[in-house]
Design a protein around this ligand. Structure first.
Ligand code: NAG
Ligand code: NAG
Ligand code: NAG
Ligand code: NAG
Ligand code: NAG
Ligand code: NAG
Ligand code: NAG
Length: 428
């Protein structure tokens, strides 16, 4: 059977994928959603379902006093929308570690709620880090009967292998390349091996830039093509689970959900406010259906789509803001961010038939053309080459323009004089 990818054929895709025990979740920072009403939660969930995401991993921090109120809205909203899963992801790093009794109580409080994700007949639970609390998990599992799949990436695979009997699987946070390298599946291979047959959750993230002095965070990682290359790796690697990092972590620039101004952490508005990432989701039905079917040749594109992304400022058009390439706090060598941040437009197209792709920067007549020689997904890059101005994109097939769209300006006029290392993302 073929799968036809349009906006409204989910019944068919659900039917095809239902038999396959593979799941795609998105990491959701509950603390950034404090202002959302239940209706807004429902709207977020519908957008995620529309992209074929199965559920949210709800990141909760023990110091946030409003977590229960927010979780109640989230579980009610997911129940209302239907067929969307939620599970808790205990964040052990954003404040002090979670006390074991509170972990147990929180899991038990939500595990009977219909949207709770169950795996192997157990309520599924994850973490962000928590490597000083590994010994809590035999007790937590005993008192909640949960399926525990922590992210203890900082342990390293060898030490994880020594403690894996405490848990049921592993989620890796290693989604970005070090330095100028390209991200490969080497770390996934090693982590999967370290789980010794337990399920592995593979991370995928479209971007990384953070500048939050109050958290002592100010670095970027290379990775402009991650959103396409990493999903290609997922298609080939076929992990048991995938987690998208993230839905709404605005402060780290890897959100794929809508920007809610109230949820932007202090200091991040400069690089988040005019940088929507929603268009990255346009590619998700194709990526997720590819992964779940394991055979892309069965997917037919029924609507031509072009998605583009780029940094709004050339990499030397302002102060670098003290941002380092790489994260020295994690033992990496600090690099010049401009050495990792390429001055390029990245383009992904999903097309019905072979087509010509046209790109222009600014208002001159310097057009870059590519031929996409096969139906399905193709990727292209256009260097800025010192050009600035609004961007224009089109797809032509059989001498007819089938797609035309424009994007915001590439400009050397940097907000507060600092290069914005986040991406702007748009689509036809
Ligand atoms: C959930 O999905 C199942 C199977 O695809 C379908 O029969 C059911 O109607 C859906 N429920 C809701 C509330 O959408
Ligand atoms: C917890 O441990 C007790 C004592 O060993 C055992 O009886 C009980 O079945 C365990 N509960 C779960 C959920 O594993
Ligand atoms: C996989 O794990 C085994 C032992 O658990 C080890 O001998 C082997 O080298 C590992 N392979 C990789 C690719 O990490
Ligand atoms: C950063 O900008 C400079 C000047 O435009 C350019 O030569 C360089 O290639 C850029 N860096 C990367 C990684 O593309
Ligand atoms: C035209 O675009 C190409 C790359 O797309 C670039 O190499 C060249 O410098 C541009 N020419 C002008 C005049 O901007
Ligand atoms: C880009 O487009 C916007 C909206 O059409 C327009 O207001 C603006 O002047 C354009 N900027 C440049 C640099 O051409
Ligand atoms: C485009 O032209 C080719 C051959 O020139 C033809 O096979 C194809 O059906 C045409 N496609 C459309 C969408 O008209």
């Amino acid at each position: 059977m073929n799968v036809y990818l349009t906006l409204f054929v989910f019944a068919l895709i659900d039917h095809v994928t239902a038999a396959m025990p593979k799941f795609v979740f998105a990491h959701f920072i509950v603390g950034n959603a404090a202002s959302l009403t239940q209706e807004q939660w429902e709207s977020e969930i519908k957008l995620a379902k529309h992209s074929l995401i199965d559920g949210f991993a709800l990141n909760i921090a023990q110091q946030d006093t409003n977590t229960d109120q927010i979780l109640q809205k989230a579980y009610a909203a997911a129940g209302q929308v239907g067929n969307f899963s939620l599970f808790l992801s205990f964040d052990y790093l954003s404040g002090d570690p979670w006390p074991v009794d509170r972990v147990i109580d929180t899991i038990n409080k939500y595990k009977e709620s219909p949207p709770q994700f169950y795996y192997d007949d157990k309520p599924f639970v994850s973490t962000f880090e928590g490597v000083a609390n590994i010994d809590d998990w035999p007790t937590i599992r005993n008192k909640t009967d949960c399926f525990a799949m922590p992210d203890w990436t900082s342990l390293g695979p060898q030490r994880f292998a020594e403690v894996r009997h405490n848990v049921d699987g592993f989620f890796s946070w290693d989604a970005w390349p070090a330095g100028a390298d390209d991200k490969t599946t080497n770390s996934d291979q090693v982590w999967k091996n370290a789980t010794h047959g337990r399920p592995y959750m593979m991370p995928v993230s479209p971007w990384f830039y953070t500048n939050l002095p109050q958290w002592n965070k100010n670095w970027l990682w290379k990775g402009a093509q991650l959103w396409t290359y990493r999903w290609e790796q997922i298609y080939r690697f076929q992990p048991d689970f995938v987690q998208i990092i993230s839905w709404n972590d605005y402060g780290e620039s890897h959100y794929v959900g809508p920007v809610h101004d109230d949820g932007i952490p202090q200091g991040a508005a400069r690089y988040v406010e005019n940088n929507p990432h929603d268009a990255w989701r346009e590619l998700l039905p194709y990526f997720i259906a590819s992964y779940k079917l394991g055979d892309r040749s069965r997917i037919r594109i029924t609507r031509d789509t072009l998605v583009y992304w780029y940094r709004p400022n050339p990499n030397q058009s302002g102060s670098n803001g003290g941002t380092t390439g790489n994260c020295p706090q994690q033992g990496q060598q600090a690099m010049d961010p401009a050495a990792l941040a390429e001055d390029k437009i990245y383009i992904a197209v999903l097309i019905k038939e072979p087509s010509w792709i046209g790109v222009r920067i600014g208002s001159n007549n310097n057009i870059t053309s590519f031929y996409a020689r096969q139906a399905g997904l193709s990727m292209f890059e256009v260097p800025f080459n010192g050009q600035t101005g609004n961007t224009t994109f089109w797809i032509v097939r059989n001498e007819t323009e089938v797609v035309y769209t424009t994007g915001p300006a590439i400009t050397t006029d940097c907000i507060d004089g600092m290069v914005n290392w986040n991406a702007v993302v748009g689509s036809s």
